[in-house]
Design a binder for this molecule. Structure first.
Ligand code: ADP
Ligand code: ZN
Ligand code: ZN
Length: 691
């Protein structure tokens, strides 16, 4: 058959990972097709979408029969070399198949359409805007903002002169320091030059706000969003507009880093430290890291914005690889709130049978706010009423039968709910073990805190925002609107309220019980806590008039902890230096590269057995030199929905060495799997966020 084929093509298709088939397959077609062309090809008995890919220099021996491309969807201009190299890099780095990743990051709808349908969709798209109307008036930049933009311009020019990529720029400023205004100005010059800007934000919830701001600044320009909250048709339309170069601004969540942008001129990653930029399933990629890689490869500037940069980013600033552009003043002169640490250990003990949610001084401060008609925000990172129910007679606890976790007591609907697998039952009237009627909630979640506040602050309007109160489309926006409208005096919420939302009337923020993060087994927990508290504090006193009185309260048993000391001075640099010293001493990122191999099975023995065999296979490879392989261990919650999970950590001071081992080793695991019956799946996570 192959003798008759004028053109042999490599096609990236989505083959299931567990088949040992590589993801670049050979097909033939009557004529040459440019790389990046969307096609349909036969695979087994099905027809699947594929992308014509660059032919490897040494293609694998071709099978005896090469099948023909079934359909060419050439109404779609081919995905360009920059896009393909981003996918090639990401697939190699995160250890996935090229085809698997390439197809997974296309809009799902694109894979379903045939040539006719696609042509019709393309025909219906709006044309590019002709002449952009004059930009509306915009604020005069302050000195720091001007300096940041000048530094950006200078970096772009000197990089171009030297024939290198501009260094990534860290726009380092707290909420309200004018970062977004800098993004807008940077985008403006990029658009004026006829190029596209890509702006990434951590959460879908943050897109409408930002989209409105960009749309108002650039009337007449085509601006699209890309995130998982769009309908399939919208997502396809937006993606196509970007791919055709008609959308000048693309704003989106992590998946937007893979948008096809033929005229990319600027990349912005807002709140670059946010863990949401890391995809947690499938190809576990970091959109922040890929954004930096992409900008570097395409030699366009990348702006990373944050008040509390990721320690990885900060370390690169220290090494001179990234440049820091400080924004130290808040616009309008607002100060950061005064931080007040409450030493819980020095409070008088509450009376017998009583428990204390809030220190008396904090309660008094809340009363004061109420009297002045100001709002307060209480942060508690635990939803539900109480994390566990307990029987005092027989010490039964409300465990989940399917997970190694407690079921949480939700008082509103009187249920016990597992937050890992969702298993829900009505609360038993009596202890299921011994019949004792006196089963009691232990600990406190947002539901209980809100209830206690209603008693402690009679007459106050208490609001609560967490994942339970915001189920359903538009609920979060509604609840936030109520806060903005002044319908809430005291808002109780999980970390979900601390992100990005602008609460101008809040003058007091309190972290009710943040200590768990100080001693967590997760080495990134302090970093996340610091970022959360800085961000939450940044919500307070955005109005200069109120800023003088705005406060951030921390209830802690460890007031001496360096994290709180740095927070009290709003001193990110000191916190980062202390954390980086610890990380360096412990050989943790950013001073070491990590990867996790995870295995899921019906029994822990099976999962551990597979990981151990995998480890033995790795240890036998020459590439294992310089890489430490740790024994398989269960993650903090080992069993979820009756699946036993185990994981194995790989660590190396050299990222390249770790990559070489993974590349040499992982393909052999497909075969290894066969010998471990009961193994459900395995996966690798490169640069895991939590270990
Ligand atoms: P950030 O992104 O750091 O939170 P923003 O860019 O949103 O900060 O700025 C905070 C507020 O100040 C916004 O309402 C913005 O419109 C306004 N602002 C920003 N820069 C200026 C400026 N130079 N002059 C006047 N107002 C500004
Ligand atoms: Zn009991
Ligand atoms: Zn469960």
């Amino acid at each position: 058959v192959s003798d008759l084929t004028p053109e042999l093509l490599s096609v990236a298709v989505e083959t299931p990972r567990h088949t040992a088939v590589g993801t670049l397959l050979d097909y033939h077609h009557g004529q040459r097709l440019p790389a990046g062309t969307l096609v349909q090809v036969p695979l087994g008995r099905r027809e699947v979408p594929g992308l014509v890919w660059d032919r490897p220099a040494d293609p694998a021996p071709r099978p005896a029969t090469v099948r023909a491309v079934a359909q060419v969807l050439d109404a779609l201009p081919p995905l360009d070399a920059d896009w393909r190299s981003l996918v090639d890099f990401a697939a190699a780095y995160y250890q996935r198949g090229v085809g698997e990743l390439a197809l997974a990051v296309l809009p799902p709808e694109l894979r379903r359409l045939d040539a006719t349908q696609l042509a019709r969709r393309l025909g219906r798209l709006p044309a590019a805007a002709d002449a952009a109307p004059a930009a509306p008036p915009r604020p005069l930049l302050n000195e720091e903002q001007q300096a940041a933009l000048q530094a950006l311009q200078a970096e772009v020019e000197s990089a171009a002169a030297a024939g290198r990529a501009p260094a990534p720029l860290l726009l380092h400023g707290v909420t309200g320091s004018g970062k977004t205004e800098v993004y807008l100005h940077a985008a403006e010059s990029v658009l004026a030059a006829g190029r596209q800007a890509l702006v990434l934000v951590p959460e879908i919830n943050l897109t409408p706000q930002l989209e409105a701001r960009f749309a108002a600044r650039f009337p007449g320009r085509v601006l699209v969003s890309l995130h998982s909250g769009l309908t399939p048709a919208q997502r396809l339309r937006h993606w196509l507009l970007a791919h055709l170069g008609r959308a000048e601004l693309v704003l989106g969540t992590r998946l937007a880093v893979f948008a096809s942008l033929p005229r990319l001129g600027l990349v912005v990653v807002d709140e670059e430290h946010d863990p949401s930029f890391k995809q947690q399933e499938g190809a576990r990629y970091s959109a922040r890291d890929l954004a930096v890689w992409r900008a570097h490869r395409q030699r366009v500037p990348v702006l990373l914005g944050s008040a509390t940069p990721a320690l990885e980013t900060w370390q690169r600033v220290q090494e001179g690889r990234y440049r820091r552009l400080p924004l130290e003043q808040r616009i309008g002169g607002g100060a950061m709130p005064r931080v007040r640490l409450v030493d819980m250990g020095r409070l008088p003990r509450p009376g017998p049978g009583q428990e204390r949610a809030l220190a008396p001084a904090l309660l008094a401060a809340l009363h004061e706010r109420l009297a002045r008609g100001e709002q307060s925000l209480l942060l508690l990172n635990r939803r539900g009423y109480a994390p566990v129910l307990h029987c005092g007679a027989c010490s039964w606890k409300s465990g989940c039968p399917h997970c190694s976790a407690w079921r949480v007591f939700h008082k509103g609907d009187r249920t016990l709910r597992c937050h890992h697998c969702g298993f829900t039952e009505r609360v038993p009237r009596a202890c299921p073990e011994c019949g004792n009627l006196d089963i009691a909630p232990v600990g406190r979640g947002t539901e209980k805190l809100a209830e206690q506040l209603a008693q402690l602050l009679p007459g106050a309007r208490i609001g609560r925002i967490d994942a339970d109160t915001t189920r359903g489309v538009g609920r979060l926006a509604q609840e936030l609107a109520a806060v903005h409208a002044g319908e809430v005096d005291v808002l109780v919420g999980t970390q979900m309220v601390a992100k990005g939302h602008d609460f101008r009337r809040i003058t007091l923020v309190a972290a009710v019980n943040p200590d768990a993060a100080l001693f967590s087994s997760d080495f990134r927990a302090p970093e996340r806590l610091f970022a959360l508290l800085m961000q939450a504090g940044g919500r307070a006193g955005r109005d200069a008039a109120q800023a003088a009185a705005s406060e951030m309260w921390i209830q802690t048993w460890h007031p001496q902890h360096p994290l709180f000391a740095a927070l009290a001075r709003h001193d990110y640099a000191a916190f980062a230096a202390q954390q980086l010293a610890e990380r360096r001493a412990a050989g943790m990122p950013p001073f070491a590269a990590l990867a996790l191999l995870r295995a899921d099975a019906r029994t822990p023995e099976t999962a551990a057995g597979f990981l151990q065999a995998a480890q033995d296979a790795a240890a036998a490879l020459p590439e294992a030199a310089g890489v430490t392989l740790y024994p398989p261990v269960p993650p903090p919650v080992a069993r979820v929905a009756d699946v036993e999970r185990m994981q194995m950590l790989l660590e190396s001071p050299s990222r390249a060495a770790l990559q070489r081992l993974l590349t040499a080793w992982l393909p052999s695991l497909h075969a290894l799997r066969a010998g471990h019956k009961g193994l459900l799946r395995w996966a690798v996570d490169v640069d895991p966020l939590a270990i």
